[in-house]
Write a protein that binds this ligand. Structure first.
Ligand code: ADE
Ligand code: ZN
Length: 358
């Protein structure tokens, strides 16, 4: 018997059997590559590649503690979310002008084009910029012009999600919402990100209620490092439409049942989970368990420049390490579009295209 596939060896020896397995994996990767995909959990500041960080630092006269790309890659070894966040906020300090934000966003959208990501819902962190004296017009116009250009030149649709930094207080979140009022036409939702432990969703109930009154949709990072109670708070107090990450929901059966019953989307980020020590090994990633439980999970890159890859690399890692199947790949991709903030007719167009590839 073949020791890996647990069946009669197909031809002469175990090497050929392994070759068959490799070929199967290859076709699954090709499938993940060619399927049109939606990305719902991507921090635009987390798509700042080391090379662009160095270029912008030079262009803007910003000092960084890195001599070169190797030094940056050496520094990107994280034991937890906070280790990463410290470098993430430092990295975004090179973003100073409207052109910088345009270049950053355009580079991400070109990756989307290469990877068949045809729709994206992009987080941005205003307080990461306003705290350093960069105003709303600078980042809104820079990001916005790249999104319009991508719609026209690349055929990629997008939505913007404005995140509140949860390590800052409610007053700062309210001031951010106030500053965003002139831009509400281009913002679809608000989100909650940054250091999760010790900063529960309930602290932001009132600002999320105000965002709802303004007609904004709501999402929140919860259950990445924080306990299941934070996921409950995000659902009950912030009235979110989606949970970002949500991994630790699996610790609470009643919560899982509720998420399944409500079909609450979980925007899951495998390589982020590995690099931030939410899981020890990719082989232990719970994405297949989530699907088996009936959870509405989809795959996303989170901060691709920091975690080793974009959308397709996240699928490849799952294919290599978890035994992800063809049906599961389709399910994850379909969940992405169904969980998006696209209009129903637009969702249906994408779903029809995907189903035609079955
Ligand atoms: N900001 C950028 N990436 C984040 C993550 N994975 N969790 C919380 N805040 C973030
Ligand atoms: Zn995130």
């Amino acid at each position: 018997l073949c020791y890996r596939r647990q069946r009669q060896m197909c031809i002469r020896d175990r090497y050929c059997c392994l070759t068959v397995e490799k070929v199967l994996m290859q076709t699954l990767k090709e499938l993940a590559e060619i399927l049109p995909k939606a990305e719902l959990h991507i921090h635009i500041e987390g798509s700042l590649e080391p090379a662009m960080m160095l270029d912008l630092a030079k262009r803007n006269g910003v000092e960084l503690p890195y001599a070169d790309i190797d030094a940056i890659n050496e520094a990107y070894k994280f034991n937890c979310l906070q280790d990463f966040l410290d470098l993430y906020y430092q990295g975004m300090s090179v973003l100073q002008t409207e052109q910088d934000f345009h270049d950053l966003t355009w580079a991400y959208l070109q990756r989307c084009k290469q990877q068949n990501v045809v729709h994206c819902e992009i987080f941005f962190d205003p307080q990461g910029h306003t705290e350093r004296g960069i105003g709303f017009p600078t980042f809104m116009n820079g990001i916005g012009s790249a999104l319009t250009r991508a719609e026209n030149e690349l055929g990629i649709s997008s939505k913007l999600i404005m995140c509140f930094l949860r390590h800052l207080d409610e007053q700062s979140a309210f001031a951010t919402l106030e500053s965003a009022l002139p831009y509400l036409d281009s913002i679809t939702a608000v989100g909650l990100d940054s250091s999760e432990l010790g900063h529960p969703p309930n602290l932001f109930s009132r600002v999320f209620a105000r965002a709802a009154e303004l007609g904004l949709k709501r999402v929140a990072h919860a259950g990445e490092e924080g306990p299941p109670e934070y996921v409950y708070e995000a659902l009950d107090l912030l009235q979110v439409d989606r949970i970002d990450h949500g991994n630790r929901s699996l610790e609470n059966d009643a919560l899982v049942k509720r998420l399944v019953d409500q079909k609450t989307p979980l925007t899951v980020c495998p390589q982020s989970n590995l690099r931030l020590a939410v899981i020890d090994k990719m082989a232990e990633h719970p994405i297949r368990k989530m699907l088996a439980l009936g959870l509405n999970a989809c795959v996303n890159s989170d901060d691709p420049a920091y975690f080793g890859g974009y959308m397709n690399e996240n699928f490849f890692a799952l294919i290599d390490s978890t035994g992800l199947t063809r049906d599961e790949i389709f399910k994850l991709v379909i969940n992405g579009f169904e969980s998006s903030f696209l209009a129903e007719t637009e969702k249906q167009t994408h779903l029809n295209n995907i189903n035609a590839m079955r």
